[in-house]
Design a protein around this ligand. Structure first.
Ligand SMILES: Nc1ncnc2c1ncn2[C@@H]1O[C@H](COP(=O)(O)OP(=O)(O)OP(=O)(O)O)[C@@H](O)[C@H]1O
Ligand SMILES: [Mg+2]
Length: 265
């Protein structure tokens, strides 16, 4: 099983959307895929997957040694007809607080349980686990990065804070064993949204200059640049966009991201 994490320095860059859409595209290709919500601080994957109700979450798994991976998996096989699963973070304020207040012992226990979950998922025949994280250097996000084979650092190209991101990359990413890429998301070019999802020649120059800047400043490869699509923003966080609109150019961009990650593995 390969693990791909989405992370960022700042919030709101598109990690949750990219995680869920990449997982959907991989499952559509036939890979048994699970999305793991490690964004314990501000989880919204449940909304994106239209889950509401009493589910057992990763939070429960971290605090209850009797629970296993099977207890927290939610299957979308019947709903979407693809081998897609998810394990969610709790939206219960009390349980979110337990994570924030966890002492050193509990944090060590949590890491052990995340490692055990990885092994259980691997034994259950999953091909991919896609991890959604909290922005910045929260312990649980670092746990997610540490177990990943591929890390996608998501930057919003219009207002990226290259200084903060750069220091995180220098100090944290350099310690990771994973392949680390940058995904530029919500790129606003002159023709917005781009016609048929393709950059015009002048916009392509603009995007390439963004990519080169990141490459030079952070010494990280930009694996892909995804335009800002009004339709994606308009739908907000109510659904997995590429599941509802498989023929939209946004879905084609996620497909490109999937193919490039697969090529690099
Ligand atoms: N390519 C895109 N084009 C337009 N809107 C986008 C695109 N990608 C994401 N968005 C929008 O950006 C907003 C933030 O996305 P998302 O919640 O995935 O970010 P996040 O990084 O997970 O945020 P947080 O750090 O708060 O968890 C959402 O409203 C989403 O619809
Ligand atoms: Mg998110």
């Amino acid at each position: 099983m390969k693990i791909i994490a989405f992370h960022s320095y700042k919030g709101g860059t598109g990690k949750t959307h990219l995680s869920a859409n990449l997982a959907t595209i991989l499952a559509r290709k036939g890979y048994k895929t699970v999305i793991l919500d490690l964004d314990f601080r501000g989880p919204n994957l449940q909304t994106l997957c239209a889950i509401d109700g009493n589910i057992t979450t990763i939070n429960d798994l971290l605090f209850d040694p009797d629970l296993t991976g099977q207890d927290i998996l939610v299957s979308f096989e019947d709903k979407f007809k693809i081998p897609l699963y998810a394990a969610f973070a709790s939206t219960d304020f009390r349980k979110m607080g337990d994570i924030v207040r966890a002492d050193k012992k509990q944090r060590q226990r949590s890491l052990k349980r995340i490692l055990r979950l990885r092994d259980e998922l691997s034994e259950a025949g999953f091909d991919f686990a896609i991890i959604d994280t909290s922005p910045g250097v929260q312990m649980e996000s670092i746990d997610g990065l540490v177990i990943s084979d591929v890390t996608c650092l998501v930057l919003k190209a219009d207002d990226f804070d290259i200084t903060g991101t750069k220091s995180m990359v220098t100090q944290l990413y350099s310690l990771l064993d994973s392949k680390n890429y940058v995904v530029l998301n919500r790129v606003v070019a002159e023709t917005c949204p781009p016609e048929h999802g393709e950059w015009s020649p002048s916009d392509l120059k603009l995007v390439e200059s963004f990519e080169n800047k990141i490459n030079e400043e952070m010494r990280m490869k930009v694996i892909t640049s995804i335009p800002c699509f009004c339709e994606v923003a308009r739908e907000g966080s109510r659904n997995i966009f590429s599941q509802i609109h498989p023929d939209h150019p946004f879905s084609a961009h996620i497909e490109k991201l999937a193919d490039r990650i697969l090529e690099g593995l």
